[in-house]
Design a protein around this ligand. Structure first.
Ligand SMILES: Cc1cc2nc3c(=O)[nH]c(=O)nc-3n(C[C@H](O)[C@H](O)[C@H](O)COP(=O)(O)OP(=O)(O)OC[C@H]3O[C@@H](n4cnc5c(N)ncnc54)[C@H](O)[C@@H]3O)c2cc1C
Length: 374
């Protein structure tokens, strides 16, 4: 069976790994990504705050050596879901089963004035730029603005705010600085009242201001004003932004997307095209955009492909995931959520523990070793 996996992020890597583990060279998997390496999402915060180098966070795809899987570093220029054909700058790949795992792109220009007036910190390039800007900052008002309710890793802006507090304290600048976070959501983490309240309580303790349920409308870089939907305009000296997210253009042009994202059957991740699946951030499956959800979706799709070839159980996607929340470099809380297993989402919040930081390191190192043998 020929399987083409478009995108080698959390979802694509996990799908390919599960297929290889179960079927070995009995399956013919082509895994396509435009990049030469994978970067785990949260390492962008580490780069921005100078806790690691930009070079250290790349895990090279050449180390992704799995029986039955061929990695191609190629940019996908077209997807024909009816024909299950992927076209790249170098050729075409026809599949019996196509898995679309192309993630979410950013559209910084969707927020008027943001390109010139602020800095996104969600891409490696944005994080590297801020790593160089932060040491030149001499105190003032830092606004961490979330430009959309639908963004990757819901706790990340709150983490950025708390790590900014730690960073400015370390440089002796906290006394003459304000930190303000704005979010379109009703709480920093609406899925769990306990987690949202814990973040707000820590914000209060650290003197971080938080505006919830507000959408940014525009940025005036010349006047350094950040305009919100409730009519408030915040003065800022440094604006860190979570930009508007969009599906990659090749997905929007493919006919797979509706309303900007790929709709899928929630239990199976099937799209409306036979033998075409979509997983992770590129879908509108109804879970938050985070790596653990993309991985879980990849496991369900792999199980269905394996069952076709070998028989066995077909899993139903539960939309469950586990996230870490950095309250500071050495203080980490955790949250487990299940979005689709019952009539409404459930969550379990574990407050900060001394072991949290080690467990987050383990989360990264198990992926590095499982996928890349690092
Ligand atoms: C600051 C930050 C912190 C985060 N922290 C966490 C965390 O702690 N835990 C967690 O679980 N998640 C976290 N995330 C979220 C996580 O990174 C994403 O949700 C996750 O990567 C989504 O997986 P995916 O497989 O859907 O897409 P991705 O991992 O984004 O993979 C998509 C792949 O498709 C490729 N691609 C796109 N277009 C093309 C094309 N035209 N041709 C070829 N290849 C293409 C891309 O290069 C990419 O490799 C964080 C994200 C950020 C930004």
């Amino acid at each position: 069976m020929k399987v083409v996996i478009a995108g080698a992020g959390f979802g694509g890597l996990e799908t390919a790994t599960c297929l290889s583990e179960a079927l070995g060279s009995d399956v013919d998997v082509t895994l396509v990504d435009k990049n030469d390496s994978f970067v785990i999402g949260y390492s962008k915060l580490d780069v921005m705050f100078g806790r690691t180098t930009a070079e250290a966070i790349h895990w090279p795809y050449r180390a992704f050596a799995k029986a039955g899987v061929t990695f191609r570093q190629e940019t996908i220029t077209a997807i024909d879901p009816g024909a299950r054909r992927v076209t790249t700058a170098k050729g075409t790949y026809d599949a019996d089963v196509l898995v679309v795992a192309l993630g979410a792109d950013y559209d910084v220009s969707a927020t008027p004035g943001l390109v010139d007036g602020g800095h996104e910190f969600y891409s490696v390039a944005g994080a590297v730029k801020l790593r160089d800007i932060l040491p030149t900052f001499q105190g003032g008002t830092v606004v961490i603005g979330v430009m959309t309710p639908h963004y990757k890793c819901p706790p990340a802006p709150s983490e950025a705010a708390m790590l900014m507090h730690e960073y400015l304290t370390g440089r002796g600048l906290r006394g003459r600085s304000r930190i303000i976070m704005t979010t379109a959501m009703p709480s920093p983490l609406p899925v769990s009242k306990e987690a949202g309240d814990a973040i707000l309580a820590r914000f209060e303790q650290l003197g971080i201001e938080c505006h919830v349920a507000v959408m940014p409308t525009r940025v005036d870089g010349a006047a350094r004003l950040f305009h919100l939907s409730n009519g408030v305009a915040l003065d800022y000296d440094l604006l860190l932004a979570v930009p508007v997210h969009v599906a990659p253009p090749v997905v929007l042009e493919s006919g797979l997307a509706e309303g900007g994202w790929i709709p899928v059957d929630r239990a199976t991740l099937r799209t409306r095209f036979p033998d075409v699946y979509a997983i992770g951030d590129v879908t509108s499956v109804g879970t938050p955009r985070a790596g653990t959800f993309a991985e879980g979706a990849g496991r369900v799709v792999a199980a269905e492909i394996i069952a076709r070839s070998r028989g066995g159980d077909v899993a139903r996607y539960q939309g469950d995931g586990h996230c870490y929340i950095e309250f500071g470099e050495k203080e980490l809380a955790e949250i487990s959520v299940n979005f689709l297993g019952g009539p409404k989402p459930t969550s379990e919040y574990i407050g900060t523990t001394p072991e949290g930081a080690a467990r987050k390191r383990l989360f990264g190192s198990t992926r590095a070793s499982r996928w890349f043998g690092l």
